[in-house]
Design a binder for this molecule. Structure first.
Ligand code: PEP
Ligand code: MN
Length: 343
């Protein structure tokens, strides 16, 4: 349930309620909006609690949240969450573009890609150092050496970096290098990992599980939020369907659905969403038109010889072309590319 505070209530009234909730073994999560301050009550709530909380001075009303996910819902927080990464904001008016190779292969490959995608207007560099793999025989990443390469590319270009964290034990290490932690599709429901990234002080991008419903996905975001980390963004990366022509079926409808149900930013990943490089541009543009807050695009200097996901990776040239088109579509839906001076 959520406790909506009166406009004229102060810190003292707020603290009294938070203390009472703690005494009752519940947790109060604060959301201070421009129009109202609310407390999201998490834990085992019961009908009498509502009557009791309504007696507190400063309380306007107590409303049950109808959804199983609470802190990620629009009911708890009507205004969009905005995540700050250096000078960038994710989830606001600007469209953010994350680009880079699937896997970190070498310093040369990453730095060259970082320079190229930055020159085309990308804002954040991606690259996996710890790679989840369907097959144990495919490339599993360079590990910490890969993280060092990402840090090097950040030094060279000034771009913040996002990279995947595979295990709860690696959260500290990956956080010491990354600007954003990625939780991959295969780990969406790794609840111990979610708890751990929930305690981290870094933004987290939670990718949708291959066969996850939107509700399951939002409940996973809830794990992170309920540990105190409010810097969560979601990433639609395609789901498994009966169709085999594409690697996954990019669920574009998830973008406006998330927008309706949740205040969390939503990023679209048409690279994993389709698995084919020539489908990346059309689906990227469609995702922007559908309201995505950002794109994640795999780019490689030589996709033919990539150690991972070459078939879905764009060349520098194709990425450059795509960025021009993205700028036009973004403008037509009232958005501007982050960091762009055009338009
Ligand atoms: C990735 O981003 O490289 C990745 C492994 O994605 P996913 O978890 O969506 O498969
Ligand atoms: Mn990949």
């Amino acid at each position: 349930m959520i406790v909506v505070m009166r406009l004229d209530s102060g810190e003292r009234e707020l603290n009294d309620i938070l203390e009472r909730l703690t005494e009752l073994g519940l947790t109060g999560h604060l959301s201070r909006g421009v129009e109202r301050t609310v407390i999201g009550v998490v834990g085992k709530t019961y009908p009498e609690l509502r009557d009791m909380l309504e007696l507190f001075p400063g309380v306007d009303e107590v409303v049950p949240i109808s959804k199983p996910y609470k802190l990620s819902s629009r009911e708890f927080q009507p205004q969009d969450s905005i995540i700050k990464v250096g000078p960038l904001t994710i989830g606001g008016d600007e469209l953010v573009v994350i680009a880079g190779p699937c896997a970190v292969e070498s310093e040369e490959q990453v730095v060259e890609t970082a320079r190229a995608v930055k020159a085309s207007g990308a804002n954040i560099l991606r690259g996996g150092a710890f790679k989840p793999s369907t097959s144990p025989y495919s490339f599993r990443g360079l590990g910490e050496a890969g993280l060092r390469i990402l840090a090097r590319a950040r030094e060279e270009t000034g771009m913040p970096v996002i990279t995947e964290v595979l295990t709860p034990q690696d959260v500290e290490l990956v956080s010491s290098y990354a600007d954003i932690l990625q939780v991959g599709a295969r780990n969406m429901q790794n609840f111990i990992l979610l708890d751990e990234v929930g305690k981290a002080k870094k933004p987290v991008m939670l990718k949708r599980g291959m066969s996850a419903t939107i509700e399951e996905w939002l409940l996973c975001a809830e794990y992170i939020l309920s540990q105190g980390n409010r810097q969560v963004m979601l990433c639609e990366r395609g789901i498994r369907t009966f169709e085999t022509y594409t690697r996954n079926t990019m669920d574009l409808s998830a973008i406006p659905i998330i927008e309706k149900l949740s205040h969390l930013p939503i990023i679209a990943d048409p690279s994993h969403g389709t698995g084919k490089w020539y489908l990346v541009a059309p689906l990227a543009l469609a995702a922007v038109a559908a309201g995505a807050d950002g794109l994640m695009i795999e780019v490689h200097p030589t996709p033919d010889s990539a150690l991972k996901d070459g078939a879905q990776s764009l060349t520098f040239e194709n990425f450059h072309k795509l960025m021009d088109q993205v700028a036009s579509v973004a403008a037509s839906v009232g958005r501007k590319l982050a960091g762009s001076t055009k338009g």
